[in-house]
Design a protein around this ligand. Sequence first.
Ligand code: CTP
Ligand code: MG
Length: 240
Amino acid sequence: AALGVVIVAAGRGERLGADRPKAFVELGGRTLLEHAVGTVVSLDRPGQLVLVVPEGRAAEALEIADAALPAERSWQISVVNGGRERHESVRNGLDALRDGIETVLVHDAARPLTPAEVFERVAEEVQRTGDGIIPAMPVVDTLKRVDIAGRVRSTADRRILAAVQTPQGFPFEVLAAAHESAQAREEAVAPSNDAPTDDAEVVQRFGGTVRTVPGDARAHKVTTPVDLLMLQGLLLADEA
Ligand code: CTP
Ligand code: MG
């Protein structure tokens, strides 16, 4: 089954606060984007990889992808510009996938150390079930509902909550139709102030079924500087 992978790397990285977009920040001597691309093109199946990058970064992204490609070049690579919100970037990526893609995985460049086995696990489960599949981790903190005045209202039941990661996988037609429907709704109503923060949300609003598979601590997302330190620690532990 033909696999398409969209890596979204077009965010500004405001919370990280670096001097460049987050996907182009280095971790252990390689940019976050290089790490993510390297893992995808190492997957043991042919496919199409679309990189969604900030305006002005396409040439650099193509170079990164070319350098990462194994000699047999089994992956076809495209680079497109991102949008204002993450879901708009995903849409641009989906538009660049060729006909014949059956399964699509959408991955954050901001999760640079996500192991290949998570990609495999998600893709296999999409193909086996036909559902949307997302990696999930148990929630470790105690979660409180808090009002705008900062007063604690209640404690959420952690057993029915999960912290979800990427890659998130879907039958291509399902994700494409869900994004098209969301876009049509946005254009008909008003630009929403409840933008979906992941693709599972887009598919669920569309009425699709999404299930979880085990996530992986190494799929941790770089959001603030402390996350980079944590991933540097993982790299060092791997070398040791
Ligand atoms: N992303 C994107 N296009 C956007 C916004 C986000 O491609 N308009 C991507 C980011 O590059 C990242 C992933 O979506 O790989 C997850 O988003 P997030 O962690 O929020 O990254 P940023 O939006 O870059 O960070 P911030 O919100 O702190 O600015
Ligand atoms: Mg963001």
